[in-house]
Design a protein. Structure first.
Length: 164
């Protein structure tokens, strides 16, 4: 996470995420209960996301709930947003993601290979105003929306793979 020293990726040039919900009325869900022992950690996590410019306070009519998941160390938390209902009304891109086999077909003729790990790669992609509103989430602390792509939305891998 940003607060642990990872750098925020710079915004990607030429790609932006939009979420087409096909004129569906906003889906409003209630905040789920967060155990008191995790409330301070959630506050700090959200404060870091706000400071990094990844989320903003929201007045969106959309609201998806969050769940808190413990990380492997049993102490730190991961913020997960339940986008199941939003994903059910999201139109998918008519773009076929490339098959790995097709990408690797001619690889033997190259001398050099490079592997890059785009840490927090989704966070490099900005979102349209409409996508920001649809990405809104609610918790015991407030109502927020994403300014960059969050994890969990159905369409986001398409945006990162599209070759426009």
């Amino acid at each position: 996470m940003i607060s642990s020293g990872n750098a925020l990726p710079t915004p990607a040039y030429g790609v932006v995420c939009d979420i087409d919900v096909q004129e569906h009325p906003p889906i409003i869900q209630k905040a789920r209960r967060i155990p008191l022992r995790h409330l301070q950690q959630l506050y700090e996590l959200l404060k870091g996301l706000l400071k990094a410019g990844l989320i903003a306070f929201s007045d969106s009519p959309w609201a998806s709930p969050i769940v808190i998941v413990l990380k492997k160390n049993g102490v730190d938390i991961r913020l997960c947003i339940v986008y199941k209902m939003v994903n059910s009304v999201t139109a998918i891109m008519e773009f076929a993601m490339p098959l790995v086999d097709d990408l690797l077909t001619d690889i033997e003729k190259y001398l050099w290979y490079r592997s890059l790990d785009a840490a927090s790669g989704f966070w490099a992609v900005m979102m349209t105003q409409r996508a920001r509103k649809v990405s809104a989430f609610v918790c015991a602390l407030r109502h927020f929306e994403w300014l960059r792509i969050p994890f969990g939305l159905k369409k986001t891998p398409d945006d990162l793979s599209a070759d426009d």
